[in-house]
Design a protein around this ligand. Structure first.
Ligand SMILES: O=C(O)CCC(=O)C(=O)O
Ligand SMILES: [Fe+2]
Length: 346
């Protein structure tokens, strides 16, 4: 294992000191030129909710179906335009194409919060999930933005991220209100609580660089910690689908479909609904050797978090049952910082 670890380390060093190959792989995108899947490729078990042309009753029945089976939905006709997404990804790719030395100036000085740049291997879901063989997963670089305490390279970058964050927050309001109504949770949570959470907008790049690490996952099977997640994904050039969601006892592919965002129900939603709404367990798998070239992919999650002081309680089947305190009721901020403490531990 030590040999593998050090060879991955030296490989990573080589990788990120080679600006040429890195630039080649993180080229600017044009949304219309990407190899998107179509709506008919969405698995039949996952509802697709049209925010524009469906009635509210139809939308609610989509959510209710998801509470029973898929624990996630696709949405379309939302607020965020292709152009805005393209600008966010391309501005961030310009940053990612810089040397590690420059990027390391945009690492947040405090390890316990999710902000700024995190290089390859810095975020360890293996720690959170107590997985010993960490090299079986966690192969991405990321940049993250929150409501405050951000670190960024320049003003133009700051504007693009801050606008996209605001848009995501606005969109998440209508999604959260719909989800709350569908689940009959109006008495336990509302937008007044959610709007003040420490939400996180993030870009993750899973980069295939002509070297296939021996790993099964790019991100281990997990549930999100938050209330709900707006997950946008860009397709890989070779059609490889990385994201899988657990439905029943099977993991099924959730493809990147143009104009859609996947809504994942998180652990806090499960907790606040008293276990009525279940989180969706999902993972990002790693391609086989023959699907490796062209399998780079990008995801843009927006994690909608409850107010830090929200009381949360372990429910039956909680995915993170060992992160609640002994007596079972805790403030979300404590729960969340315990998880992040593991995520960034080295
Ligand atoms: O990359 C993806 O599609 C999934 C990301 C994810 O599940 C997460 O960051 O929690
Ligand atoms: Fe996730």
């Amino acid at each position: 294992m030590a040999v593998l670890a050090s060879s991955i380390k030296s490989f990573t060093k080589r990788l990120f000191s080679s600006k040429e190959s890195f630039n080649h792989l993180l080229a600017p995108i044009k949304i219309n030129d990407l190899k998107w899947y179509s709506e008919s490729d969405i698995p039949a078990e996952i509802p697709l909710i049209d925010l524009k042309s469906m009635t509210q009753n139809e939308q609610i029945s989509g959510f209710k179906q998801a509470f029973e089976t898929s624990h996630c939905v696709y949405i379309k006709n939302h607020l965020i335009s292709n152009k805005e997404m393209e600008n966010l990804v391309n501005a961030t790719r310009i940053f990612f194409n810089q040397s590690e030395e420059i990027k390391n100036k945009i690492v947040h000085p405090y390890k316990g919060i999710m902000r700024g740049y995190n290089g390859f291997g810095q975020e360890k879901s293996s720690n959170i999930l107590h997985i010993k063989d960490e090299h079986q997963g966690d192969s991405h670089i990321s940049y993250c933005w929150g409501p405050k305490d951000n670190v960024y390279p320049d003003i133009k970058f700051q504007k693009i991220w801050s606008n996209y964050y605001k848009k995501s927050l606005r969109l998440s309001k209508s999604i959260a209100e719909l989800a709350i109504k569908s689940a009959g949770m109006e008495n336990v949570i509302g937008w007044n609580n959610l709007k003040a959470g420490d939400h996180l907008l993030k870009i993750q790049e899973y980069i295939a660089l002509g070297y296939k690490a021996k790993q099964n996952y790019r991100l281990f099977p997990h549930a999100d910690f938050d209330f709900l997640t707006l997950l946008t994904q860009l397709p890989a050039e070779n059609g490889f689908i990385g994201l899988q969601v657990k439905i029943g006892d099977k993991f099924i592919n959730a493809p990147a479909v143009k104009g859609t965002i996947i809504i994942n129900f998180g652990e806090a939603m499960q907790s606040l609904s008293g276990g009525k709404v279940k989180t969706v367990v999902h993972s990002v798998i790693s391609p086989e050797e023959d699907k490796y070239n062209g399998s780079s992919r990008t995801s843009i999650p927006f994690f909608l978090q409850p107010h830090p002081k929200t009381k949360i309680t372990k429910t039956e089947g909680s995915f993170y049952s060992d992160y609640y305190n002994e007596k079972s009721t805790w403030e979300y901020a404590d729960f969340h910082s315990r998880l992040l403490g593991e995520f960034y531990k080295h």
